[in-house]
Design a binder for this molecule. Structure first.
Ligand SMILES: [Zn+2]
Ligand SMILES: [Zn+2]
Length: 638
């Protein structure tokens, strides 16, 4: 999953000591929890003196999780106190905050959130203690029934095994919870309620529609401020907002959820990405292939997708008494192509690349702009090789991926090697061989990586590369996966140098991930102000008055004939407004021409974000821009 949120200081201070009964140390917001024999517990937990007790500092990641969860309870308390006819559902901590779901007779408004915040602050001022209690099941059922909290009754009946129910009480408010929690609500001063959204009870569309309130909380005011600044910056860069403002793409109800329309300005960026991608693949020894969007259901039975991938596939389309299905992946097409003739070790490695458009069913609740869609184009390739070619191929892939990602401006990358999961297909020795090959390639190429033990796919180990954007958010792009499953299912073969029949090794890989998602990441990384080679409009020519429009037009024609994407401003507006509008479109270069420039055959140059640059010669400008585009430079100064 994608990580969202500010950085969290790690490294808890952990002090090992032995003590009798309860913790007597610091309670000054620094130590907020205990770890007793390795388990996170409330600060006032009674323990035996044989126990190993560690202090958990408020700055640790474990503590932050408890802050969030405790704040969710505090919010629920405020909501229940303000709106007595509301039912409270569940309120978990998230990576980037917390939420609580409420069954409310009406949607919450921004004013409600303010009221709720006020109420929370009152409780914080009153230093209300958070107490852990153990009730028996009947006591808990009676309590929640008496409060008309039927969702809680449902949860107790569903979740509680045995007769003991763990609850937390603060003031008159009681909630089901295993804990642990902060000692007191006064620890939760630095919170902010952010937004409200509709959500289904237990995520099931046939259940009640709930009101979900999101919030964040931190141990210090500085952390809260940092995070709110981060959210503001992320909001300004939101690709859905910029996609509209810059006329790049949209997703329309008429077309369907998760299906993307690329407008001309997004289209030209996609074209540039694709062109670069094709060129680099041809230079890298790949061959290009193309395959259709649907295939017979039988193919997906053989590949196993109709089994292990069923819930992500669209229902079959029937014609000529045969079922066909939209492809969720390109792999089986390339496999059938591999199988279409006898292959020998001399043919290998085979590297087949395709910008293949696939369709995957995703629940509507998880769809998100370009980041999570139902139809997208993978920058896919499959490599069929012999076991002794594997290491070199992976090495090539790592270098290829790093070069590509850096060209797009992603210099900070996190690389992960995922090893064998508990459930897997294939032989242990093959897994070892492949995992070693992946690891050796990483080492040989001198890249830093971490190991994700057991996080490989069931069919083979993999390398994942995540890019960090300007806000330090990590986005998964590259994946390089060894597959022991499909070559076996399709009975792939080649003859080795002894004439023996063997099974090739198959690698799946996508470097950018998908064009849609990568575009979303690019938009947010650059905040819509792309490097010149990707800018939909590279230059805008603005005449100061009508008198200068012929001169402006001749400059425009000149730039166009040099393959520089140019727009000519022809509106009858003041020059100030023309410049402001061009700035809003984040166009790197503005050429402004008036009588002066026309007289001495020059241009006045203005750079986005850098302002007026003075007069230039047009030919000189053209040569420099062409070089910046050709070399995909980030520095656009002339
Ligand atoms: Zn709780
Ligand atoms: Zn594949």
């Amino acid at each position: 999953m994608v990580e969202v949120g500010g950085s969290i200081p790690s490294a808890p201070i952990s002090m090992k000591f032995q003590r009798d009964t309860t913790y007597m140390g610091k309670q000054n917001n620094e130590v907020v929890l205990l770890k007793i024999d390795g388990e996170l517990k409330d600060l006032d937990t009674v323990y035996s003196k044989e126990s190993l007790v560690e202090e958990v500092n408020s700055q640790s990641e474990e503590a932050l999780h408890i802050y969030k969860h405790s704040c969710a309870h505090l919010m629920a308390q405020a909501v229940v106190e303000l709106f007595p006819d509301i039912q409270y559902g569940v309120g978990p901590a998230l990576d980037n905050g917390f939420y609580y779901d409420f069954l409310s007779p009406r949607p919450f408004t921004p004013e409600d959130l303010e009221e709720i915040s006020k109420r929370m602050k009152q409780s914080i001022k009153q230093n209300i203690k958070i107490q852990h209690l153990t009730w028996n099941k009947q006591q808990a059922l009676d309590y929640f029934l008496s409060k008309n909290q039927h969702l809680k009754v449902e949860l107790i009946n569903e979740k509680v095994e045995g007769d003991e129910v763990s609850v937390y009480k603060q003031g008159d408010f009681v909630d089901l919870c295993r804990g642990p929690h902060l000692p007191n609500v006064s620890y939760l001063k630095y919170f902010k309620l952010l937004s409200v959204a509709a959500a289904y009870w237990k995520g099931d569309e046939t259940n009640h529609s709930m009101q979900r309130i999101y919030g964040v909380v931190f141990p210090t005011p500085e952390q809260l401020d940092d995070h709110l600044r981060f959210l503001k910056e992320a909001q300004a860069r939101d690709h859905r907002k910029l996609g509209k403002e810059l006329d790049l793409f949209s997703i329309e109800e008429d077309i369907g959820a998760g299906l993307v329309l690329w407008y001309p300005k997004g289209g030209i960026i996609r074209h540039e990405i694709q062109q670069f991608w094709y060129d680099e693949h041809l230079k890298g020894g790949y061959q290009l292939v193309f395959s259709p969007h649907i295939a017979r259901s039988n193919l997906w039975n053989t590949s196993g997708h109709n089994d292990f991938y069923k819930e992500n596939m669209f229902t079959p389309i029937e014609f000529d008494n045969t079922d066909y299905q939209l492809k969720p992946m390109n792999c089986p097409f390339h496999i059938v192509m591999f199988k279409s003739r006898n292959r020998s070790y001399k043919d290998m490695p085979i590297r087949w690349a395709e910008l293949g458009t696939v369709y995957r069913y995703e629940r509507s609740g998880v769809l998100h702009g370009l980041m999570r869609v139902r139809g997208f184009t993978q920058d896919d390739a499959h490599i069929f090789c012999t076991p002794d070619q594997l290491e070199e191929e992976v090495g090539r892939l790592i270098n290829f991926s790093l070069r590509l990602l850096r060209t797009f401006g992603f210099m900070e990358l996190d690389i992960y090697l995922s090893t064998r999961p508990e459930k897997f297909v294939g032989e242990t020795e093959d897994w070892e061989l492949a995992t070693n090959a992946l690891e050796n390639s990483l080492k040989a190429n001198g890249v830093n990586y971490s190991i994700d033990p057991g996080e490989g796919v069931f069919y083979g180990p993999k390398i994942d590369i995540k890019v960090k954007d300007v806000l330090k958010r990590a986005w998964q792009c590259t994946t390089i996966q060894v597959d022991f499953n499909l070559p076996k299912r399709f009975n792939l073969k080649y003859s080795d140098d002894q004439g023996k029949i063997r099974q090739p090794i198959m690698l799946h890989r996508a470097l950018l991930g998908s064009l849609e998602r990568f575009f979303g990441v690019l938009i947010e990384h650059y905040g819509g102000f792309f490097p010149v080679w990707l800018s939909p409009v590279q230059v805008k020519v603005i005449p100061i008055t009508d008198r200068n429009s012929d001169y402006a037009k001749s400059i425009y024609e000149n730039l166009i004939s040099n393959s520089i994407r140019t727009e000519l401003e022809e509106r009858n507006e003041g020059v100030g407004k023309k410049i402001r509008d061009a700035e809003l479109q984040k166009i790197p270069y503005l050429i402004i021409v008036g009588d002066d420039e026309e007289k001495d055959k020059t241009i006045a140059l203005r750079l986005h974000k850098k302002g007026d640059q003075g007069k230039r010669k047009l030919d000189d400008f053209i040569e420099k821009v062409k070089k910046i585009i050709r070399e995909k430079e980030f520095n656009y100064e002339i």
